[in-house]
Design a protein around this ligand. Structure first.
Ligand code: CAA
Length: 379
């Protein structure tokens, strides 16, 4: 897609960073199940952990479109690094920026933007996944503080996080209405990691189950209005889904680039595979799905930057880009044949990493619900 000069320059810069600093580590990040601390420091030094945080709070002052390009370019080489930045930024930094008091912004944004603190988002629970409103974690008003009790599941960055956005019921209800949002420092007594999940893909990104056992937090750490926490969660996920769509796009682009190189070099029946029309048809479909994903993502990002509604567009971008990533990475393995199925070739990793984009921050089925309900509201 044709980008204006500023975005193109930014893409070139991030792309160079991704190729020199991320690509050489990607296989090791996958096999070791961890992003090296030095890489996290480099992400922070380059302003990538505070990309859309205004400069007055220590951030890089970029827009959401730039952030989408950032996640895409990192994920092109390493989807774990892409989602590390995405979960930290869209799910922890953004709600503080959007719903935080001035005091909360001044206290937490510089820490998050500089990488001194890593963020996560705690909505899901063992019994509350797609039905997020049914969560059972509680936050009780103890006069001079809140006391939080509960268990949170599938928390991206749960191992590294210093600051968690936690959703808990402040009023006993069977639905979303009693939910409030809180900023919780994970060094608070009573916070613990129950387990780190062993997963199919994005192995370098930690996914944790977390316990909150009588965790006391200051009264001023309520984020947004009392009992309006579900809105905070939904609005945050609207933007988060653009980040995951960008991650899916990066995975698709990475797998596609590799497949193109492979079919140009691999000689069978006396000629490179790329000479075969049957192969070209697959490449054409891969390329078209990548372009369509990018257009949807950039449209949703632009709408967000222009303060236009973007809930439907973000869901469409995530739905399409995630399903495209699954299809494209499957085809990339097919094009690379037996080689593509081995760990020597990165398409196997891209394939495993792609699947989660159809699941987290709302499954593809949830995206369809969001899209349909937005369309139905307009009639
Ligand atoms: N922005 C702001 N508010 C919104 C909103 C939006 N996009 N969508 C809904 N709301 C508000 C509504 O206005 C309403 O609030 P009020 O009553 O105060 O007006 C409230 O939310 C309920 O709205 P709905 O009745 O439309 O919502 P619902 O109960 O039918 O649920 C749902 C909708 C789409 C199914 C929602 O539950 C959902 O998105 N589920 C998926 C949850 C999800 O994505 N989880 C992923 C967790 S994060 C993760 O995976 C990654 C990680 O790192 C942890």
């Amino acid at each position: 897609m044709l980008l204006d000069e500023n975005y193109q320059e930014l893409r070139d810069l991030i792309s160079k960073f991704s190729d020199t600093e991320v690509a050489p580590l990607a296989a090791e990040i996958d096999s070791q199940g961890e992003i090296p601390k030095e890489l996290i420091s480099k992400l922070a030094e380059n302003g990538f952990l505070g990309s859309f945080v205004p400069e007055e709070y220590g951030g890089a002052g970029m827009d959401y479109m730039s952030y989408s390009i950032l996640v895409e370019e990192l994920s092109r080489n390493c989807a774990s690094t892409g989602v590390f930045v995405s979960a930290h930024s869209s799910l922890c930094v953004w709600p503080i920026l959007a719903f935080g008091t001035e005091m909360q912004k001044k206290k937490y944004l510089p820490l998050l933007a500089s990488g001194q603190a890593i963020g996560c988002f705690c909505l899901s629970e063992p019994g509350a996944g797609s039905d997020a409103g049914s969560l059972t974690t509680t936050a009780v008003d103890k006069g001079d503080h809140w006391e939080i009790n509960g268990v949170k599941n599938w928390i991206t960055n749960g191992k590294e996080a210093d600051i968690a956005i936690v959703f808990a019921k402040t009023k006993k209800t069977d639905d979303y209405k009693g939910i409030s949002a809180f900023i919780v420092e994970t060094n608070s007594p009573g916070f613990s990691i129950i387990k780190i999940e062993d997963k199919l893909g994005i192995k370098g990104s930690s996914t944790a189950q977390l316990a909150f056992d009588n965790v006391k937090i200051p009264k001023e750490n309520l984020l947004g209005p009392l009992e309006k926490g579900f809105r905070v969660a939904m609005a945050t996920l609207d933007g988060g889904r653009i980040g995951i769509a960008s991650q899916a796009l990066g995975i698709s682009q990475g797998a596609f680039n590799y497949a193109i190189r492979y079919v140009n070099e691999r000689v069978q029946f006396g000629a490179p595979l790329s000479r075969l029309q049957g192969i070209q048809f697959i490449l054409a479909d891969m390329s078209t799905k990548i372009s369509a994903s990018r257009l949807l993502i950039y449209d949703a990002s632009t709408r967000k930057d222009l303060n236009r509604p973007y809930s439907k567009e973000g869901a469409q971008a995530k739905l399409f880009a995630a399903e495209a990533a699954m299809w494209i990475t499957t085809k990339a393995i097919q094009l690379c044949g037996g080689n593509g199925y081995t760990k020597e070739y990165p398409v196997e990793r891209f394939f495993r990493d792609a699947k989660i984009t159809e699941i987290y921050e709302g499954t593809s089925e949830i995206q369809r619900i969001v899209i349909a309900s937005n369309e139905l509201k307009q009639l």
